[in-house]
Write a protein that binds this ligand. Structure first.
Ligand code: RP5
Length: 171
């Protein structure tokens, strides 16, 4: 849930990234992990980016999920300003060249400053990964992450059974 005491920060370069990045928030919401979500642009609000990243750990943030499109320097720059783990979400934005620009900008961090990069537009996976990292030291989150996985598995098995039933009825 959005919280005044967030454990996860979800940031993005532009409001136009919100349809993708809100998927990380949806997952965190679903397992009651407190988060905050806001816009921090590396090139339009560079001073805000520095202040935000430098203050994050002291505010109790444990993981930062950062999404951006195009040149997509936000995740790497934020990672360079904090020791917190940063999960990068390449966003296919209006100015993207098929998304490869943001994928490579976020993925190809030189040694020394890592950004854990998920697939293009895969903000949900970023939310899951953040929860899994928190689950290492939080039994309550661990149980919820495992339960979500079990529900996901069951949903696929239900689909398999439904298809099998339809096939039997067709013959
Ligand atoms: C990046 O440029 C943002 O992360 C966004 O994906 C992209 C386009 O931004 P807008 O022009 O839509 O604000 O900084």
């Amino acid at each position: 849930m959005p919280s005044s005491n967030p454990h996860v920060s979800i940031i993005m370069g532009s409001q136009s990234d919100m349809p993708v990045m809100s998927q990380a928030a949806e997952y965190l919401n679903s397992i009651d992990i407190p988060y905050e979500i806001t816009i921090v642009s590396a090139h339009r609000t560079p001073k805000r980016m520095v202040e935000y990243a430098e203050a994050a750990a002291d505010r109790g943030i444990k993981i930062i999920i950062a999404g951006a499109g195009g040149a997509a320097h936000l995740p790497g720059m934020v990672a360079s300003l904090t020791h917190l783990p940063v999960i990068g979400v390449p966003v296919k934005s209006s100015n993207s060249i098929d998304g490869w620009d943001s994928i490579l900008s976020i993925l190809q961090m030189p040694n020394g400053i890592p950004v854990a990069t998920v697939a293009l537009n895969a903000a949900k996976n970023a939310g899951i990964l953040a929860a899994e990292i928190l689950a290492i030291s939080d039994e309550r989150i661990k149980k919820k992450v495992i339960a979500k996985r079990a529900a996901q598995t069951q949903a696929v098995l239900d689909q398999v059974e439904l298809l099998d039933r339809q096939k039997r009825e067709d013959f």
